[in-house]
Ligand binder design. Sequence first.
Ligand SMILES: Nc1ncnc2c1ncn2[C@@H]1O[C@H](COP(=O)(O)OP(=O)(O)OP(=O)(O)O)[C@@H](O)[C@H]1O
Ligand SMILES: [Mg+2]
Length: 506
Amino acid sequence: MTAHPQPPPLLSLVGVTKSFGTVHALQGVSLDVCAGEVHALCGENGAGKSTLVKAVAGVHRPDAGHIEVAGTPVYFSAPADAQRAGVAVIHQEPTLFPDLSVAENIFMGRQPLARGRRIDRAAMHAECDRLFARLSVRIAPDRPARGLSIADQQLVEIAKALSFDARVLVMDEPTAALSGTEVDRLFAIARSLRDRGTAVVFISHRFDEVFALCDRITVMRDGRHISTDPVSDLSMDAVVRRMVGRDVDTLFPKEDTEKGRTVLEVEVLTRAGVFSDVGFRVRVGEIVALAGLVGAGRSEVVRALFGVDRYDSGTVRIAGSLLPPGRPAAAMAAGVALVPEDRRNQGLVMELSTGRNATLTRRWALSRFGLLRRRAEEQAARFWIERLQVKAGSLTEPVATLSGGNQQKVVLAKWLATEPRVLIVDEPTRGIDVGTKAEVHRLLSRLAGQGIAVVMVSSELPEVLGMADRVLVMSEGRITAELSREEATEESVMHAATTRAMEVSG
Ligand SMILES: Nc1ncnc2c1ncn2[C@@H]1O[C@H](COP(=O)(O)OP(=O)(O)OP(=O)(O)O)[C@@H](O)[C@H]1O
Ligand SMILES: [Mg+2]
């Protein structure tokens, strides 16, 4: 124990318990978050972090126990109650209303009023501009939220949290979709809020961030509070061990595989203003990483080659045959699978069960004489769900009831069940906990060994360096470097990722 007098806790949980049917998401959790600290919550997918956040946000009411703000018990029956008490929350999944403007989302329910009680749009937009300036971003206040990138949606949520001077700021995986500079900016804001006496709660599966930003770390496991310590008393290994309850390898290096013939061949693929002259080949048994900063055009390229987005010129060939542009069904029939980046919107049907979601793409293969072979479907789902350690009470519950990381795993399961020969994964381990991350890496490596060509878009350098046989680095819509496994280092990748694309193309 340190002898320093602790500042008073601004947020306390006292024996908070919350169950969903038979799932005990929180079991008597007690926790203090003090003024002037950034407090990390760590735990595996499904440990109860987001449930805790939702209890604090007034989304869930605890079954037992209570919450205190600045020493006073509070009972929130709706999110607005939490806001009024000075608790701002950025949820794991953006909660913007797509049809409302950015400004309307930020000032929902508390718009500045002009004379005659009309909403003062000018004041609202000016305030938005001020908030975005503080975040050093440019988002038009009057544009609809629909169509914003995940990163921008997150930034709007952050602006919203900043807009009411919160005493407690809770951020549930705010950095998952942000680029390096955006993360730096967010950290600068979190630190300045902390220095002004705000209590900040920060959730992330990236330990480098947790250790760089946070003052204390609380570990949760299976809905229980395990420990709270100053960051200086902890090593990353110690945190992992407490999260998982045993030792785990945090990274799984790729096994060497026999490389076969070329299966995927992309030539001078161009979409005006988005990416240009993108060409590469991937062979059987190979893992090729598309590295680069968020916004470099990597997701756009893989979406275009799979056919969900259009392109203006260029060709895509699978095993020598041309793939018709703009037709995902043709890509699937040719054996291509794409695990998208925005899994919530592009990967899952929230109201359907976990089992259904895991096998949605496989239905055509599983139906015989037009009848769905339900048993086969369930078997395929169960196989991958076990393999990926998806934590689900039952496969028949809606997938919406899974934790964020477990939803990600279901999308992965669904595409693996199609037995593709070209597997494209966009940020395969985003939001996935440390233990399962190694499992996903092991799986990708094994799939490559079994003769699948893998294209991996990843912003995590250790993942790129550990897994890729070859690294293609993109910057501003162009490939700025192609690096062999030996050539690829943190420096060489970062250098190419920050190279102006025009300097390379001449
Ligand atoms: N609305 C709900 N209905 C049923 N079960 C739920 C609901 N919300 C959460 N759960 C369950 O509660 C448990 C804890 O989930 P929670 O979302 O809090 O995990 P988490 O720690 O945030 O995980 P992740 O790192 O994946 O985001 C999980 O088993 C989850 O399936
Ligand atoms: Mg969560």
